[in-house]
Design a protein around this ligand. Sequence first.
Ligand code: AMP
Ligand code: GLY
Length: 413
Amino acid sequence: MKVAVIGNGGREQAIAWKLSHNSNIEKIYCIPGNGGTALENKCENINLNNINDMVEFAKKENIELTIVGLEKYLVEGIVDVFQKNNLKIIGPDKKASLLEGSKVYAKNFAIKYGIQTAKYNSFDNFEEALKYIKNIEFPAVIKADGLAAGKGVVIAKDLQDAENTLNDFMNNDIFSGAGKKVIIEEFLEGYEMSVFVLIDGENYKIFQTAKDHKKILEGEKGLNTGGMGAVSPHPMLNDELMKKIKEKIVEPTMLGIKREQLNYNGILFIGLMIQNNEPYLLEYNVRFGDPETQAILPLLETDLFEIFYALSERKLDEIEIKWKDKKSCCVVLAAKGYPVKYEKGNEIKLDTNALVFHAGTKLENGKLLTNGGRVLSIVETGKTLEEARNKAYNEIEKIKFKDKYYRKDIGKI
Ligand code: AMP
Ligand code: GLY
């Protein structure tokens, strides 16, 4: 059978790699894929970038199942179009994707269903937002309502910073509409956790947890990035915390999904802040995380296709998800200068035994070249996180390209 994975990051390669272990899968189309998926067993890159072309392709090629990595297509309604055409696809429909596509929708949903989250107000009028920030404490968090390529959240340190941010988002419209509405919420202090939940509409299963490292510099300093590394499971997770996460976040979320009659058949990525041992919802994402997926999937024992199939058939309760008794560490190799300005087109020498998932790479005349800011993710597993870390950092030494940059503290903090 044939399957398709939509997206071009390390996350999508990790999904394709794991799916390739299923002996019934003969072909995995990566739409559009990257330099790594071009080399991956059973994979073929297909350059399509609109939903109707993807539907036509899935019909023509008799694709059994499509998995969507990129939120953009989910928010645009790819699931609705595939399902209308009787094509199996993993992900929420357009309305359910508002959980990620609109922070105002997600916050209202959280309040309606009693999900623990930071106090907030939403505004679509600049003057009112401006009046409001004159009476709040700083730091405060300002969020653009819509998708803003990971740049839509600003921690404003003082009134001036907040005013500038509101001006950029609402008046200067730097996110082409996505920042016309904003949320202003209280700043939470603690540590973050990514929790992945499988939802088949009826049932849920906690899939796995991970810790993301979002900032460019060691010690979580500097600019925000698409993610500089991840470890899994989250090192701070324990049974007591998981119980609270289920009771205060996941179960009320499931109740909301059912009551609002959301068509949700996929993975829900819950971004949490743990403050004083209490979980607070920061955000929902309606797809797998990057680079968390690269850290998580090497730990999975169960066949990934079986999990996706059970999801699409609403039979999640019939499968058991098994994990290796190991920890994993994923370190992202970036091009120096990322996330601002960096070179592309440098040759990559990959002489490693580690799992390597590509992001910004391309294959040209048989040569592997850098083609983006985040270039590769390197993953190792071990009995302990320390073992996984040491293995990953050893392997990184063997990978060479000009201007290679990576954080040396992934999994340490
Ligand atoms: P979000 O897209 O809402 O998850 O926000 C992106 C990042 O901003 C999060 O991963 C946190 O690091 C930070 N953040 C968001 N909301 C808050 C908050 N209320 N307090 C502190 N940090 C936050
Ligand atoms: N790791 C954060 C994200 O995938 O959005």
